[in-house]
Design a protein around this ligand. Sequence first.
Ligand SMILES: [Zn+2]
Length: 423
Amino acid sequence: MNIQAIKRVLLLVGFIMTVSLTLAQNREVAQQTINTLCGEDFSGRGYINKGDSMASAFIAKRMKDIGLQGYSSDFLNPFLLNVNTFNTTQVKVDQKVLRPGFDFLVAPEAKSAEGKYKVFYVSPKLLSSSKAVKKVKSAIKKGFIPVLCSYEATNKVLAENAAKIKKSLSGAIFIQLKSSLTWSVATNQSKNTEIELLDSLFDRYASEIKITIEANFIKNYASQNVIGYVPGAEKPDSFIILCGHYDHLGKMGDAIFYGANDNASGIATMLDLATYFVDHPQRYSLVFIAFGAEEAGLIGSLNYVKKPVVPLASTRFVFNMDLMGSGDKGATIVNGSIYKDEYEALTKINTENDYLPLIKSRGKAANSDHYFFTEVGVPSFFIYLMGDYTFYHSPNDSPKNLKLGQYYDRSFQLVRDFIIHLN
Ligand SMILES: [Zn+2]
């Protein structure tokens, strides 16, 4: 090899090392972003201890530090929502204190309840009988708490009878056994208190259950989206939105739902992309939005679409990122089968660069913040990554369990290249 060739090789090696070093540094920053957003003081980015405001203030500061511009001086885009919250959730079965979030959940719309009750176990046999409703009602009158057996949703008789019982019990407290627990957020409060308890932990011969649930329904809670942008170099009045939701489920009594994958990971990726595009402005303006109250029913993005900050007619594309922490099994693109040209471009970028092992497309789905944009005619994609990491809406979705790997770098590059392609 001559000197020139050696120089060329050294330059190439240097270039590759710089690229992978930068990506490794980015990954470290992204992991730190996730760790911060999942810190105890952020209270699961919900509506207890102002977790949502703590998170949005942190994201606004990061946007400023990165060098994004704001449409308002504080980068915040406020809205209101009604939300049911839980200050205390305690359940004791005989002498055993159950762990909130892991052993039991309080139904998101439940109201406050307190008391000590004798157990009335509703077995599959009883639940399938026509006398189930009557028997449960008379048990409640005698001071018992009904504990409904767990059943498959496909078992129509049991499912229908359980629904009938729940509908007929106004003001009742009852327990539903479940094979697994998945929590969410409600924007209403019901007349009942339903507690979901892990079936595998419940002793059918338990005699007494003690409950303390303190629910607080908040009307017109003030939350917010966070918005920053990079002006377009050629067409600043046309826009591409990159977004993800920063909120999660918050706290249920002492249990914190951290939401590391859902969706601290998407915010980390979005801030990483913002950092890149501040240094590499594109033809169109790039708008970065961290949406609030997604888990409460896409409320932040719905408010944005009703009162857009940049005109929807000039918004060329919305790219929403949610669940960006894994990727070892590839990615799914919601709306991939609707915007076929863009989907083809995205899969071409992926194949040519060997980024992710698989990309799947789906039709439209109301499952994240892209949805209301699609409904008003703004083209959008929603990307979520797939992998062995399956903790979802559980306190186990935490930074202790979520460690970003090489697929973080690859999905970052995929999104970056696709945004450049759209320009
Ligand atoms: Zn999510």
